[in-house]
Design a protein around this ligand. Structure first.
Ligand code: SAH
Length: 397
């Protein structure tokens, strides 16, 4: 077995169960290893720290599979890890009966580079690391066994695969796709999920609980939903009794799905919904020029800062939309604002939003701190896993 020897002192992070070994921490490799091969990770003194997957092309040179020197990395290992991950969702009362649920959340579930989302009978799998790619068959078999799904559909088309030297792969990995479109019930609202062409695995499951809260807060309010995608927040707001909901997105296909989703829910008052295909940065300025006001504004933009290197430019973009958002609020109004950028931490995000409120000339306080739903756990040893943060702010009346 090939050994990966760490530089002096670099074993500390591994001993704290952080799964990433950066290229700069590696002293040498004893033996040969191809992309995705399992290596034994050793301290400079020859202490065996566990086993990981070798990734020659990536700055993250290895990802730990196990911190237990006794544990072998084989088919049985993946079957076990997948089953445990699925069982954790089964054990949670908020997740047990969800039609849309994340079954495997990468590092936080002990499976770096593996994402699996369940939508009804279909599990969508995304593999993003060389190690995960190597064990693809075992992971697919594990998912088929641990769930009673009819299909595992692979959406391994994320850009990050390029960093690992992996080509994109999209298609059925197990079973067959149902003929009818996939529809899930989320908090009482029916939502179509396009697993083949939708964003990520088709849907943003991480916002499930925040969408429910939005519904609860929306009663009687006029709502503006920016970056609406397929209208998850918009439909929850309508279900919660919003007086009107204006939804903005720059993607025509997303808005088309959004409107189909509204039709899928005849219990909602469609006359209260309007749609606008536009760039949010421009749309907010236009609304300001028209002196429009809203009681509840949602800002759920895409990742402006994939890593800390993009943080400055991203900070300006967050400041811009939040400033405009605050200005468009009626007295007593709510701004529900999010960042899913790994490169922008919770403290920085709060300070950007605080700066935006000052510049907008409003007095605001945080009434809810928001994060991803519990099927997107954060490994205690992997704080980088905390990507989604949100603030519900209320301005003075
Ligand atoms: N809130 C959504 C998820 C939002 S994902 C939900 O709950 O499902 C981010 C969305 O922003 C995508 O739909 C994307 O099309 C859209 N988007 C990205 N840049 C944009 C821009 N500059 N203006 C408007 N929409 C944009």
């Amino acid at each position: 077995m090939t050994e990966l020897i760490l530089k002096p002192g670099k074993e500390r992070s591994v001993m704290r169960h952080h799964p990433w070994i950066f290229a700069g921490s590696v002293e040498t490799l004893h033996g040969r290893a191809h992309a995705g091969d399992t290596v034994e990770v050793m301290s400079e003194h020859g202490k065996m720290l566990g086993r990981g997957a070798f990734s020659p092309k990536s700055q993250i040179r290895a990802r730990m599979w196990s911190f237990d020197p006794q544990e072998s990395i084989d088919h049985a290992f993946f079957k076990r890890r997948v089953a445990q991950s699925v069982a954790r969702r089964q054990a949670h009362p908020h997740l047990r009966n969800q039609e849309g649920v994340r079954l495997i959340h990468g590092e936080s579930d002990g499976l770096p580079g593996v994402i699996a989302d369940r939508y009804g009978d279909v599990v969508v799998l995304q593999l993003t690391s060389a190690g995960a790619e190597k064990w693809r068959d075992a992971i697919v078999a594990g998912l088929a066994q641990a769930t009673d799904c009819k299909c595992v559909f692979e959406r391994s088309d994320s850009d990050v695969r390029g960093l690992e030297g992996l080509e994109p792969r999209v298609g059925v990995a197990y079973g067959s796709m149902p003929a009818e479109r996939i529809v899930i019930n989320e908090n009482g609202v029916r939502m179509e999920v396009d697993v083949e062409f939708g964003h990520k695995t088709g849907f943003y499951l991480d916002q499930r609980d925040n969408r429910r809260l939005t519904g609860e807060l929306a009663a009687g309010r006029s709502v503006l939903n920016c970056f609406c995608y397929t209208a998850g927040f918009s439909l929850q707001a309508l279900a919660g009794g919003a007086s009107s909901v204006l939804s903005i997105d720059s993607s025509g296909p997303a808005l088309a799905t959004a409107q189909r989703n509204l039709e899928l829910n005849p219990q909602l008052d469609a006359s209260r919904a309007s749609w606008w295909e536009a760039d949010v940065f421009e749309a907010l300025r236009q609304l300001r020029a028209e002196e429009r006001k809203f009681d509840l504004i949602i800002l759920d933009p895409p990742k402006f800062a994939p890593s800390a290197a993009h943080a400055q430019r991203a900070a300006r973009a967050y400041k811009d939309i939040n400033l405009l958002g605050f200005r468009l609020l009626n007295p007593g109004g709510l701004l529900m604002t999010y960042s899913c950028s790994g490169g922008i931490g919770q403290e920085l995000f709060q300070s950007i939003v605080a700066g935006a409120s000052i510049d907008a000339g409003v007095d605001a306080r945080i009434i809810h701190r928001l994060s991803a739903a519990p099927d997107h756990p954060i490994g205690l040893a992997v704080p980088e896993g905390e990507y989604l943060k949100g603030l519900a702010c209320q301005i003075s009346g």
